[in-house]
Design a protein around this ligand. Structure first.
Ligand SMILES: [Zn+2]
Ligand SMILES: [Zn+2]
Length: 386
């Protein structure tokens, strides 16, 4: 079976929804218009709608007519990024510094397509639960929905999510069991010294030299402390200090991100960061404060659900186009938090285009909307009866 014919028949509607969302991007927890569009469509198709879960999150509930079965959750993210779009597409962003550069407009449209198909047919056992979450891009949308009792109010036996993948070929779907995406921390380090004249460094305590030395020393954690067989990344992505040529400033700041696949490696990196920072503080006579915040858990696909998703994907794109060999990536994804509570799997759906996500020239190929919608819809039809 290729893409579901019924979904294929309304693919122009899905494209229209996707391009409308693309033209009106909203960043995390500001998805007021987007969640309004979602709620309106779900209601129009006869789906029970709950709004305001995790601020702008939306949940739709649909009972099948096939009798008792499992409760299958499907999740899409709705947020855009603070990026200025540079494409010239007719449906390009109409809002400055806001862009759907990660394709979450596509994910939202695919889940709407699955919801419409399932509402028109209802030929499944059990219950479909459509989870439209806010703020995936590092702001903790999944966590806030879970904190607001998402899975107590709307229990799910399994949950599935997907992401568009311009790095895969169109028509390919990738899903594999086990760790798939890294856990991530963000950190801020503040170095406080004593400001002085740039010509009289002996009168002060220079936080700039301390920051530069610290930045270099932190790179030894991955190269010298972490087990070489364990993946780890420590990237310093922000450096701020000073405002004049002849002033040694009072303060310097470093910030960045840590990525790991195991709790132990994450703990090691965090502990070594604090130890090295304390050593640098003593060495240079400055104060160093280290603030490390966990943002994303490691995304771990459950075995049974990964296999189920791969089998459904094979129905749609053919077994030869389903990639099931484990190839974890260092990127992160907050669907990880949902997979910690409910068994499930996360898939990547390939599409045309060679510009990566988060790039201002990124373009989502609307050709994948029926593919993603079919995958999600068939997961409900097959898994609710499993
Ligand atoms: Zn993203
Ligand atoms: Zn994304």
């Amino acid at each position: 079976m290729p893409v579901l014919p019924q979904i294929e028949s309304f693919k122009d509607d899905l494209t229209a929804i996707r391009r409308d969302l693309h033209a009106h991007p909203e960043i995390g927890f500001e998805e007021v218009r987007t969640s309004g569009v979602v709620a309106e469509k779900l209601s129009a198709w006869g789906i029970e709608v709950h709004r305001g879960i995790g601020k702008t999150g939306v949940v739709g509930i649909l009972q099948g007519t096939g009798g008792p079965g499992k409760r299958i959750g499907l999740r899409a993210d709705m947020d855009a990024l603070p990026i200025q779009e540079i494409t010239n597409l007719p449906w390009r962003s109409t809002i400055p510094d806001r862009m759907h550069a990660c394709g979450h407009d596509g994910h939202t449209s695919m889940l709407l397509g699955a919801a419409r198909y399932l509402a028109e047919n209802r030929n499944f056992k059990g219950t479909a639960i459509f989870v439209f979450q806010p703020a995936e891009e590092g702001l903790g949308g999944a966590r806030s929905m879970i904190a607001e009792k998402l899975f107590e109010r709307f229990p799910c036996d399994e949950i599935y999510g997907l992401h568009n993948a311009p790095n895969l070929e169109p028509g390919q779907i990738q899903v594999f069991p086990g760790p798939a995406m890294a856990g991530a921390d963000f950190f801020d380090i503040k170095i406080t010294g004593k400001g002085s004249h740039g010509a009289m460094p002996h009168m002060g305590r220079d936080p700039v030299i301390a920051a530069l030395t610290l930045a270099g020393a932190l790179q030894t954690i991955v190269s010298r402390n972490a087990d070489p067989r364990e993946a780890a990344v420590l990237s310093i992505t922000k450096v701020h200090a000073g405002s004049a040529y002849n002033v040694i400033p009072e303060e310097a700041e470093l910030a960045g991100t840590i990525r790991t696949f195991s709790q132990e490696t994450g703990e090691l990196v965090r502990a070594r960061m604090r130890e090295i920072a304390a050593g640098i503080a003593a060495t240079f006579g400055v104060t160093v404060t280290v603030d490390i915040r966990n943002i994303f858990d490691v995304l771990v696909n459950h075995e049974e659900q990964s296999e189920a998703a791969a089998a459904v994907a094979a129905e749609i794109v053919g077994a030869e186009n389903v990639l099931t060999e484990p190839k974890p990536v260092m990127g992160s994804e907050d669907f990880a938090d949902m997979l910690r509570v409910v068994p499930g799997a996360y898939a990547w759906v390939g599409h045309a285009g060679n510009v990566p996500v988060h790039n201002p020239a990124y373009v989502l190929d609307d050709g994948i909307l029926p593919v993603g919608a079919s995958l999600l819809a068939r997961l409900v039809e097959t898994r609710a009866a499993a």
